[in-house]
Design a protein around this ligand. Structure first.
Ligand code: NAP
Length: 280
């Protein structure tokens, strides 16, 4: 359910005049303007990077209203203390454009996950509709280094096809991305997740209920313990989930690396610091 929780409550009687779900609404040509000092900042989050961004923005502009938006996938999301949050989808790009106008958002910061392609597209379109400046924060993708044995693929289906019969892949993917692999009865995957999956995984699979580790030795130990033959992962980038890739390299394991979806055209910053200085 969409909703707000905040130290500063949202406006109850938002005025959506000037924007229609069908089309352009607010100003033309304002997309590249610098935000006014008072302009509200909307951060599209759901990532640790977005939380770090909110903290940095608050430190830099304590007087500004900063709204953190979450999709609502997580029951108990971690957000910065006292952050103003709103939860749930906007109803597509048009709905987001309405929100931008209603809340007088001057800057839209898309700090969603690199694989959250739908919201990234919507953010780009909504910013165009509403004439609001948009920046995408996107940490750099992992790059192949000496010792890596990557097969690069573009999607889950291709990753599934890349595995040979008899493989024992470690599917480091998140439970909503496992279904293509359940149709392969000739592989015996290892899957790790925090909460038990629904529906249950096929019997030939091994399930480990645990959080990903940032320690490459722990990741290597897990893969050894389960006789893993391949690692399948998405190229999320960042340090937090890189340990498994390092472990695979050290073990000489092949990795099926799923490339990121395309990023909408427009300004991209790699780090929190870059975003803050771009807005500065
Ligand atoms: P998605 O496919 O790109 O987006 C699907 C829909 O979810 C969007 O159209 C939007 O609904 C809503 N939505 C997504 N992010 C939102 C946000 N921050 N605030 C409000 N609505 C949002 O997204 P996804 O891949 O399911 O990811 C959902 C969220 O989880 C994202 O915020 C992302 O940062 C986070 N996350 C994703 C991954 C991943 O692997 N994809 C990993 C870690 C965290 P409406 O069209 O109704 O506006």
């Amino acid at each position: 359910m969409p909703g707000f929780s905040a130290s500063a409550p949202p406006k109850a009687d938002v005025d959506t005049a000037g924007v229609t779900p069908d089309g352009p609404a607010v100003a033309d040509g304002a997309a590249n303007d610098r935000p006014t000092p008072q302009a509200t900042i909307l951060v599209l989050g759901g990532t640790a990077d977005a939380n770090a961004l909110v903290r940095a923005l608050r430190q830099r502009w304590p007087e500004r209203r900063i709204i953190l938006s979450l999709a609502g996938r997580t029951r108990e999301p971690q957000v910065p203390d006292h952050a103003e949050t709103r939860i749930g989808g906007f109803g597509g790009a048009e709905g987001l454009a309405v929100f931008l106008a209603a809340e007088s958002v001057g800057v839209l910061l898309d700090a969603t996950h690199p694989f959250a392609a739908g919201i990234a597209r919507n953010a780009a379109k909504a910013a165009d509709i509403a004439g609001v400046r948009r920046l995408k924060m996107l940490r750099p993708a992992w790059q192949l280094v000496e010792g890596d044995r990557w097969t690069k693929v573009s999607c889950l289906a291709e990753a599934c096809r890349a595995l040979p019969a008899g493989a024992r892949p470690f599917l480091a993917l998140g439970r909503q991305h496992l279904s293509p692999f359940t149709r392969r009865s000739d592989i015996r995957p290892l899957a790790r997740m925090i909460e038990p999956p629904e529906p249950a995984l096929p019997e030939s699979w091994t399930l480990v209920l645990a959080r990903p580790s940032s320690d490459r030795r722990a990741e290597a130990a897990l893969m050894r313990e389960h006789d893993v033959t391949h690692l399948v992962t998405r190229n999320a980038g960042g340090a937090a989930s890189y340990a498994k890739v390092e472990a695979a390299r050290e073990m000489g394991l092949p990795v099926v690396m799923i490339a990121r979806p395309q990023t909408p055209e427009g300004a991209v910053c790699e780090t929190v610091e870059d975003v803050v200085s771009a807005l500065g």
